[in-house]
Ligand binder design. Structure first.
Ligand code: ZN
Length: 307
């Protein structure tokens, strides 16, 4: 058996897993992401990866490669973390070369943005098995997408394809951190829901509480807010359908866990607004993988994407 180590670098924590050729994680661990010293963090991740192999009885010769997923913007062509807003001191860090120093030369290294890796994981062992044209959308603190088209990943020239969080949906809405107004992420992410619900109710409200208030029917204003956000997510899906003509959209991330109320609204929006008749029938389903999707996706880069 050959194995891959999947590494999912996040703003607050980094997940590391030893994954076999069937997509099963034999062993995994998490480390707090060191916000100030990426190079020290790579040393820690490499040590943790070696320990997972040791504990699982996997030898160095059985290690096929190391897959790395990280938040964008990044530059996969040069193996560099470019400018992720929540990893400021990592900007410009040569992550691939840094990992290279820790592993034998036969070990492959692959690097993609985290949403792209997650899209691959869902196609490998999740909700998009056998789909040759599909879009994975993650809606949590931010919004991103991984795009699979004609049986292959669409990553773009530098690995930043699918940054759909910064498609403008409503220019009349406020200023996004990217400098545009009314970005998808600014009006429909978990962060956005909490911000807008807090403004509406005049006190701090979490995304979870906003959903509870809206879906229990106990607060009409929260209900209207959440319904509007779900429609915005529908707008995002129609944009993906009109652009890529997918057969399937998979939605993951914390916001998707609200379940049927989201998926019903989005499906209804698509039925009415996708341009082409077949697009109006596009299936929209919840992601099948949850907290391990990042590390399994990163390992999938080795096992299936770059074989
Ligand atoms: Zn933006």
């Amino acid at each position: 058996m050959q194995y891959a180590v999947g590494i999912d670098i996040g703003g607050t924590k980094t997940a590391i897993g030893l994954v076999d050729a069937n997509g099963q994680a034999l062993a995994k661990t998490t480390l707090p992401t060191n916000p100030s010293s990426p190079s020290h963090m790579v040393d820690e991740i490499a040590a943790a990866a070696n320990k997972l192999m040791e504990d699982s009885g996997v030898s160095a010769s059985e290690l096929l490669g190391i897959g790395i997923g990280a938040p964008g913007p990044l530059d996969t062509k040069r193996g560099i973390i470019a400018e992720p807003p929540n990893l400021r001191s990592w900007w410009g860090f040569p992550v691939v070369d840094s990992f290279r120093r820790h592993f034998d030369s036969h070990v492959k290294l692959a690097f993609e943005n985290d949403a792209t890796a997650a899209a691959l994981a869902e196609r490998w062992i999740g909700a998009a098995k056998n789909a040759d044209h599909y879009v994975y959308m993650t809606i949590s603190t931010g919004i991103g997408a991984g795009i699979f088209s004609h049986g292959r990943l669409i990553t773009g020239a530098t690995g930043n394809a699918g940054d759909i969080g910064h498609i403008v949906i409503d220019p009349a809405a406020g200023l996004c951190q990217c400098g545009q107004r009314g970005c998808f992420e600014y009006i429909a992410s978990g962060t956005a829901i909490a911000r807008m619900a807090s403004e509406l109710l005049g006190r701090p409200v979490t995304t979870k509480e906003a959903f509870e208030l809206a879906l229990s029917g106990s607060n009409a204003a929260a209900e209207e807010l959440v319904r509007r956000v779900f429609r915005y997510i529908g707008v995002g899906c129609v944009t993906m359908i009109n652009t890529f003509d997918p057969e399937l959209i998979v939605i993951g991330g914390g916001v998707s866990q609200v379940g049927a109320p989201l998926f019903d609204t989005v499906t209804d929006y698509i039925r009415h607004h996708a341009l082409n008749p077949s697009g109006r029938e596009t299936a929209v389903v919840p992601a099948a993988l949850s907290q391990d999707v990042g590390l399994i996706g990163a390992a999938a880069l080795i096992h299936i994407a770059y074989k």
